[in-house]
Design a protein around this ligand. Structure first.
Ligand code: HMG
Ligand code: MG
Length: 312
């Protein structure tokens, strides 16, 4: 079995991570987080969401955050756009990528988007057209593809149906998301292979939350079937406000450690990611959820102590 030699990471911490914070995180902190991530080599980042502030108050400062993020040629700064109002915000903010986010279960669609899957596709259609007209990249991320907190099991066919609809809308990439982190490796392979039967494998991505501790294993399973695009969140920040009990996304530091260990290049600087992860965790007043981040930070601290003792 040969694994891909290169993987593409989309950093989702500033959006999927911070959207779930109870305390309002000030825009300058969000901007500094994005800046630190870019300095660590991040080239693709979900920065914020243009969603209803009544639904997700934490993302109400989307325009301010977008205005403060340093822009480099070639980077893709993405934002969530549930409808045309969201798309207008995206366009005004200079985002390079619009993200639409249908669900694979009716129950979750109602909770997250206040409409059925079919209605959500109708709302996404003009967003997709407008994104194309504006020369923006269009990405779709399909929630609850491996299990739903309200419905339970989600048939593979339901996921494939939504993949087909997102393909018809012209999605440049389709993410298959484990919103509540319940998927296991063989299931992940089955769903990814079923999706790849109707949509190019090279443009499929995996979005894993680590609620059940399966995320890294599931990423390895994806690599085994040729999926080489992943979303991850610095320090494992995150969760979905409409998926109770869902913990953070898989931590970027952990994913990068795994990939580099497998000889899969990412273009990311692990040391700088660790710095960013430790920094934002300290700001939020808690320990990072990245095992790799904490281990490397502890090793560094021990080394520093030893150096100081040596000098004394
Ligand atoms: P609705 O209440 O049905 O919307 O919500 P509406 O069209 O009836 O409008 C109601 C009010 O919202 C109006 O304001 C609109 O202007 C306003 P009012 O006249 O009452 O003052 N509104 C907006 N305001 C700002 N930006 C907008 C917008 N749209 C309407 N874009 C809606 C429908 C889709 C808007 C709402 O359900 C919503 O915002 N949902 C987003 C929920 C969300 O962000 N969830 C988290 C992200 S998804 C996720 O985390 C999963 C993912 O990570 C993958 C995974 O892990 O599964 C992607
Ligand atoms: Mg998510």
């Amino acid at each position: 079995m040969t694994l891909p030699t290169q993987a593409t990471i989309t950093e989702v911490g500033p959006r999927d991570g911070l959207q779930n914070e109870k305390q309002l995180v000030p825009a300058p902190v969000k901007i500094e987080l994005c800046t630190r991530l870019l300095e660590a080599g991040v080239r693709r980042m979900e920065a914020t969401s243009f969603v209803s502030p009544k639904w997700v108050p934490q993302m109400a400062d989307a325009l301010d955050v977008m205005a403060g993020i340093p822009r480099r040629a070639g980077d893709t700064v993405a934002v969530l756009t549930p409808n045309m109002k969201g798309f207008e915000g995206a366009l005004a903010s200079g985002a390079q990528e619009a993200v639409i986010f249908p669900a694979a279960s009716e129950a979750f669609s109602q909770r997250n988007l206040n409409c059925s899957i079919a209605e959500s596709v109708e709302r996404f259609a003009p967003v997709a057209r407008a994104a194309k007209d504006a020369g923006m990249r269009l990405r779709a991320v399909i929630s609850v593809a491996f299990g739903c907190p309200y419905q339970g099991e989600v048939p593979v066919k339901s996921v494939v149906d939504v993949v087909q609809r997102m393909r018809e809308l012209g999605s440049d990439e389709i993410g298959i998301a484990d919103t509540i982190g319940v998927g296991t490796a063989e299931q992940v392979k089955r769903v990814m292979q079923a999706a790849a039967a109707v949509y190019p494998l090279a443009n499929l991505s995996g979005h894993f939350h680590d609620t059940y501790g399966q995320a890294l294993t599931n990423i390895y399973a994806c690599l085994q079937v040729g999926v080489a695009r992943f979303d991850s969140s610095i320090a494992g920040l995150g969760g979905c406000p409409y998926a109770k009990g869902a913990t953070g996304n898989v931590a970027t530091e952990d994913v990068v450690y795994l990939l580099h260990g497998l000889g899969v290049s990412t273009g990311l600087d692990l040391d700088k990611l660790v710095d960013a992860g430790q920094w934002i965790s300290a700001i939020l007043g808690r320990k990072s959820l990245s095992r790799v981040g904490n281990a490397l930070a502890a090793r560094r601290a021990a080394q520093q102590q030893a150096d100081e003792a040596h000098r004394a």
